[in-house]
Structure formats: structure tokens, C-alpha cells
Design a protein around this ligand. Sequence first.
Ligand code: IVH
Length: 672
Amino acid sequence: MMDDKITNRVRQLQTALNEHSYYYHVLDDPKISDAEYDRLLHELKGLEEKYPQLVTQDSPTRRIGAPPLSAFEQAEHAIPMLSLDNAFSDQDILDFDARIRKNTGKDAIQYTVEPKLDGVAVELRYENGVLVQAATRGDGFVGEVITANVRTIRSVPLRLRTDGPLCPDLLEVRGEVFISRKGFQQLNDKRLAKGEPLFANPRNAAAGSLRQLDSAVTASRPLDIFMYGRGQVQGVAFDTQSGFLDALAAWGFAVNPLTQKQIAITTALTFYRRLMDLRPNLSYEIDGMVIKVDQVDLQQALGEKIKSPRWAIAYKFAAVEEVTRINDILVQVGRTGTLTPVAVLEPVKVGGVMVSRATLHNSDEIKKKDIRIGDQALVTRAGDVIPKVVKIMASARTGKEQIFEMPSHCPVCGSKVLRLEDEAAVKCINAACQAQRKERIRHFVSKKGFDIDGLGKKLVEQLVDEGLLSSFADLFSLKKEQLIPLDRMAEKSAQNLVTAIDKARQIPLHRFIFALGIDHTGENAARLLAKAFDTLDGLMAAEEADIEQIHGMGTITAKAIATFFDSPENQAVLQKITDSGVVITNTLAEQPGEKDHVFAGKTLVLTGTLSAMTRSEAKKALMDAGANVTGSVSSKTDFLVAGKDAGSKLNKARTLNVPVLDEDRFLEMLGS
Ligand code: IVH
């Protein structure tokens, strides 16, 4: 039995919780404690579970718990989401203003100026005041529908506040989803602890978080949003950009508080300098300032070019580069024994982020840039996890700088290193080297290999250091009792790990081959081998010449594979692995008639966006058909599959006369 009292209570809770969300996440001014909020939410959840007919689209409970998707749908933008022209100097901006004055015949123009956030552009669609859809920018014309994910962002109103202008029938509003610097740091710290790959920068973290098929993952990411633009709007009109932003704020959207409304161009230039000063202390990253003509009728008169409006421009900040001292050069040893030199820097903030290491790639790079210990170096952080040295400041040399030589012995195991012919890399070829061992085991248990949950970097290091893991095979005889005494381990986590290892004992042949981490043998080669030889024994019995014959297999890879299986030590480890109950099955065994597939043995490159499947789905389908998928177009490419918005690869294919398949043709051939 449901009475009005219950309906009223549910409505009251829904409204109150949405209000408190707004105070907390948009105004930064909470009115109740977190505990009180949780108590109200808990009560609402209970009632909605009991009376599901009372759940509304804008209920605060709808922010979480949407079922995971299998793919994103596409949505066309009624009005294309354009990009902006860039300006890099005051003169560029004065020219922009002069053009606008000339084209409008006005003496002076009023501008509205907003910080340019470095995030991910999205469009939110409100029908009769309720959020019904959110989509990414995509290629500007068609984006991906990410409604469930955007709903999890607390500063996105699920319903427009009624203190704004009259609720429009339709409102498409655009903005930038971002992650604060602190949120980014915490997210990466968590990933580091779990041994997961790190996000290069807050923008990538935001983009990755929005592209989750399971909105529960998105909900766990500290996403935020500022709104700044219009799409299609019906039932209300705006005269100015500043008036539009005021309306957005009144409707409950977050609008960047640094926005400057209705200012002259010279004031905009002054504000640009102020924004540069404020930048390091902002809690989020910005990469410039956007200047927009304030009056909508003038915007319309100026119009748009193909990719960008004539009435707005981005005044970008110069690239983030700083000069600092190279205190030392260290050498790291990777999985295949490659020695990588890394500069130890005098810590410096580059674009607001503390940097103390920079990769130097290899000794050729060091020679080419003449990098020495003690040099002052220009360091950039162009979207990479590990920053780079752009160049050294030759004029700052004192003569005390030391030339760096790659060591003749491995810094970890002490054995002699080799520089292979025609390779820039210097290698430690001692297979028993601890550094390699750790990296090899990490690769062995990684997602595309044995995929063992909970076995991250730190834990692998400990297991190797404690002597519990000296080869892959040891993994399968690990006992709970051996794990419990390790750092950050307890009864339960030790048991979970043992269970995860147990579960991983059954593995497809191609993943097993990949896990071995043989030189040059990635996913593609592993699949080709699994197909060609069917069983591990078959592969182990193969001669180098047999491997080389596989279509799509390179000679260097074939040699590395044959060498690997020829080694008595490797054979012993493989024997131990299979003895410890690992069951290898072949899920890629050649189907009868499969050899006849049009793509079998062909080399393809995928580019652009496909509408029927994601790029990795297409890659998998092709590999299953026996094709080879590579990343760049060359004369060896048989076909280029070009989806929407294909760019440089398409041009290259045309120059090289590589046949190009559009999506329809590709699907047709794939299906045949
Ligand atoms: S206005 C037609 N305003 O910058 C106007 N864009 O390079 C198009 N962006 O795709 C965008 N902050 O992702 C605008 N205050 C702001 C912005 C902003 C960041 C991003 C947006 C856009 C890109 C254009």
C-alpha cells in the first residue's frame, strides 16, 4: 500500500538531496554534513527500492547503479561542436579584434573571457528541464552517448533549478569535464599501488574515466565540469554570452568563477597576464584563455569557418617548459634487459607538476643532444608520464659537467652488457638478472598474459626480493603462508591472491605465448604462432624456418622465438609450468576453411572511427580471420580501413597506392 505521505517524503528527499548536491559541488558551500547527506540518501534508496514507481529520471539515486554497457551509442550533434583557432601573442589577439571590428563595422567590441580548461568537451541535453542525454564531442559532428557516466558527476544538475529563467523546452549546453590536480594525483597514487598503468595527465584521466562502459568505474573517479557553451536551444533566447552564462549559473550549472564579462580587448590582454599568474595555484589545469564576442547577434553576423567560429579565439599559454639541473643520470633495466638512462633532475614545477626524473631514451639520444651530468636542461612535460629533456642550455656550461657513459656492466646484476649491431639499445643479457626477472614476471601476470588480479608492481618486487619467485613456474606453487608475512598482506589478501593464481591456471595458448615475453613477440605474433602450431609442444618442436614461413611473421621475430625455445633453461621452466597444473588450450585453432578468408595473411591498418565496432573489436575480428593488424601504413600494407575522420594515415595510403576500404566495404569483406 502506498499513500501520499510516502510519495511526498520521496519527493521531498529527492529535492532536498539535489539541493544539497548543488550547494556542495557547485557552490562549494555545503549546508549539511556528509553524514547527514548519506543518511538522507540511504533513506531515499530504501523507499525507492520498495516503491520503484516513485523513481524519477532526476532522482539523486540515479547518479549511480546504471547497468554496464557493451558499447557506446553514437549521437549526432544538432549543431556541430566546433573547435577554436589559436593565438599565441598579444598581436594575434589585436588582429583578431581588428578583423571583428572591420567585419561588423563597430568601433568597439565587448568580449566575454573564460579560462580554457584542458579537459574533455561534452554536450548535455535537457528536455523540459531534465537531463536526458550526454555525449562526447567526438569528431564534432557525431559523438558517443555517455549519459550514465556524466550523471555520476555531482556538479551536473539532473534537473534545472527553477530560480533560473523560465525552463526551456530544449537546452543543449556544452562544457568541459576535468579532473583536478589533486584528484589526478590521488587517482594515480591508487593506480600505482595496484600496479595499474598511470594516466599521463589530468586530461587523459578525465577522457579515460568518461569512456568507461561501466559507470560505476566513472563514479569512482573525481570528475568535475564547467559549462560554457550552447548547442540547440528552444523556448528561450539569449542576447549575450555573458547573459547565457548567468542563466546557466541560475539553472544550477557550474560556471568558471574566473570568467570576465563584457570587457574591452585591452582588458582581456591584462586579464591574460593575471590568469598566467593565477595558473600555478588553480586546483585544475588550464592551457589558455578563450575570448568570445559577447553579443549573440554579432556572433551570428560573423559566422563560422569550417572548423572554428570567427567570433571566438583561444589565447594559448606557451608550452610548459622549465630549466633545471641534471643532478645525475641513472640507468634502469627493463624486461628484455634494455638499459634506459634516466636523468635525475633538481625537482622543478613544470606547468604546476613537480618533476624530478626525465627519460633520456638511449645513449645515442644523449650523444645527439650532448647531455652531461651537471647541465642546465630545458625540460618539458608534453602530456607524458615521464617528462623529456628538450635540450641543454649550452651557454650555462661551467666546464664542470661530466660526460655520461653507458655502463659496461648491468647496474643491477653486474654482468657485462652488450650493444647489438644496428640497435641503439644496450642490453643486459643475463636472463637471471633481478631487474629483468621482476619486469618479466610483471609482464607474465599482466592483463594480456596470465591476467592475475592483485599482483601489482610492488608485490612482484617483494616476491622476487624475498626469493619466492625466481621463475614463472614458482608462481604456481606459492602458498598462502608464504604471502602473509609480506608488506601490505594479510590473511584475506593472501588467500585472494592464491585464488586468483589458481583461477589463472587455465589459459589460451596465444596469451600464454604473449606472457612469456619473448623479444619482439607481442600480441600479434603470439596469435599467429598459436594459429600456426596449435599446441605448445608443436611450437617448441618448430624450426626457425617453420616459424619464418608464417605469413606476417618477421625474420627477427622468428629468430627470437626459435632462440627462446632452443634454450634448455627455458625448456625446463616451461616443463615446470605445465607440471604445476597450468592447462593451455588453443582458442584460435584454425577453423576449416578459414585460410580462405579474404583477409587471411593480409596486413591491415585501421584508422578513423568506425560506427559498427570499436577499433579494438575490429582488430580482434581481423586477427581471428588470420589478418595481421599494424599501426602504420607502409608499402607492405595490404589494406587501410578508413573510418570517419581518418587523417594522415589515409593520405599516406593514397600516396603509397594502398587500397582503402571504407567501413561498409570493410564489413562486407569481413563478413564474407
Ligand atoms: S568554446 C565555438 N570555451 O577548447 C566555441 N571551449 O579548442 C568552441 N575549451 O573543444 C568552444 N574551455 O573542449 C570554449 N571556455 C571554453 C573552453 C573551451 C575549454 C575547449 C573545448 C573546445 C576546445 C577548442
